[in-house]
Design a binder for this molecule. Sequence first.
Ligand SMILES: Nc1ncnc2c1ncn2[C@@H]1O[C@H](COP(=O)(O)OP(=O)(O)OP(=O)(O)O)[C@@H](O)[C@H]1O
Length: 257
Amino acid sequence: MSPLLTVENLRVRSGDRLLASLDSLQVDRGECAAIVGESGSGKTTTLNAMLGLTDGLTVSGRIAVGGVDVVGADERALGRIRGSKVALISQSPQDSLNPTMRLGTLLRRVLARHGVRGAEARERTGEALGSVLLDPALLRRYPHQVSGGQAQRFAIATAVALRADVILADEPTSALDVTVQAAVLGLLTRLREDHGIALVFVSHDLAVVSGIADQVVVMRDGRVVESGPAAGVLSRPSAAYTRELLDAVPAIGEGPC
Ligand SMILES: Nc1ncnc2c1ncn2[C@@H]1O[C@H](COP(=O)(O)OP(=O)(O)OP(=O)(O)O)[C@@H](O)[C@H]1O
């Protein structure tokens, strides 16, 4: 079976400046690839390229999501890919939700945009909320009336309701407190196991990455400095930069207090 996500020879440039490059990445059903690196290394640009969100930039190479090519696709094709094939979960989902609409209306509209209406929409909504353990009563609330953790669960439920094959998660837990963070990470892991979702997880937090990723891509200044199976990259890094990132992770129990 072909991987759910394939990237080959990706280059994203702004004029002459290389913002992100990735020679090869394959993420299979149920797998998680993490992209790590310091601020400005090109992580978000890489994710955006996977969604075709590269206005004003020059993109070359190949990205295929669920067998559909993203690079070079027109807006109509991208509209079909986004949501139904690939969904984005951002750092602050509340900011990307229309504040004037209840969550239920937002979800209904997203599903309708992908042709899912009526009984089918209700059934998928119920299933999706169940899979992220969200009380359906929350659908009557507006975005500002839910917590960060609930908003993140809602974003994940939207991806599940759309039956996205690939979830792109851009620092999905960095705005959450530690217990909510653990719950959201556990949820993403369960979705991979139960629904076979492929996950691309962007983070600068190697402690979080070590608990969730099968593969790790380490980026710096728009280039990959090291990549491979998570266990190898995180326990026996070959690049000095990866070692620096790992050295910056406090050991468990080694806190300021
Ligand atoms: N549309 C754009 N046009 C020009 N430059 C851009 C554009 N988008 C991003 N950049 C630049 O590309 C570089 C990589 O940015 P990117 O957001 O991908 O980094 P990042 O690793 O995700 O950082 P962070 O962890 O801070 O989010 C940065 O220098 C940024 O300023």
